[in-house]
Design a protein. Structure first.
Length: 222
């Protein structure tokens, strides 16, 4: 094993998949597996303890939402690059994760050499982001960029910070009725049933910024 080997952690709740990945990676002269986990808490513990160069992270492990896990991994080990492994080709999730700084999103149907190539790319000085998703998904992702107007995004961003309709109206120099109309349109476009639902969906699609963690959270009423 060469001294500059890329240190990789595996995070997937399927032991058989982890075993297969381990066999593929340990067969490479420039890669070493330094830890494994089967849930989000275990994955965070491995990343915090080992500070790997790359973590291969299953998108749907038991525990916290993958976006929360990625944020915590980046906080625990800023130098660790994250490559997502998924069974699903979901454009809005890809967008949300890209905004968090992941270096790859690979479908689990890819060949082993593609995973190896993605790991090497993630640690290269000018490494590119590696995406293994369909052209249809990329097209749909671009369509979502304009799903809300600039004014609707502004209204929802303020709603995410727990402002009331009156407060939003005052901040944006609108009438309360106009704010209600914008919220109604937002709910329709996002297929949302409440402010919380609309905020969560908009954040997942990177349409607005996540609310501050110490905020009171958005109100329920439109």
């Amino acid at each position: 094993m060469i001294t500059s080997a890329i240190r990789v952690a595996l995070a997937d709740d399927h032991a058989l998949l982890r075993e297969g990945l381990r066999q593929i990676l340990t067969a490479q002269d420039d890669i070493v597996v330094v830890g494994e986990a089967g849930d989000s808490a275990g994955a965070l513990a491995v990343v915090a303890a080992e500070k790997p160069d790359v973590v291969l992270l299953d998108v749907e492990m038991p525990g916290e939402d993958v976006t929360v896990t990625v944020r915590k991994m980046k906080a625990a080990s800023p130098g660790t690059e994250v490559i997502i492994l998924s069974m699903y080709d979901r454009h809005h999730l890809v967008q949300s994760l890209l905004a968090l700084g992941i270096k790859g999103y690979l479908l689990k149907s890819v060949a082993g050499e593609q995973v190896v190539a993605a790991i090497r790319s993630a640690t290269a000085e000018d490494g590119n982001i590696v995406l293994s998703i369909s052209a249809q998904s990329l097209s749909a992702a671009s369509d979502f960029d304009n799903v809300l107007s600039d004014r609707e995004r502004a209204v929802l961003q303020l709603a995410a910070s727990a402002m009331s309709n009156i407060q939003i109206a005052s901040r944006l120099s609108l009438t309360e009725a106009t704010v209600k109309r914008h919220l109604h349109n937002i709910f329709t476009k996002l297929d949302a049933v409440s402010r919380i639902d609309a905020v969560n969906k908009a954040v997942a699609r990177s349409l607005i910024l996540p609310p501050e963690p110490d905020g009171a959270g958005p109100a329920h009423r439109p």
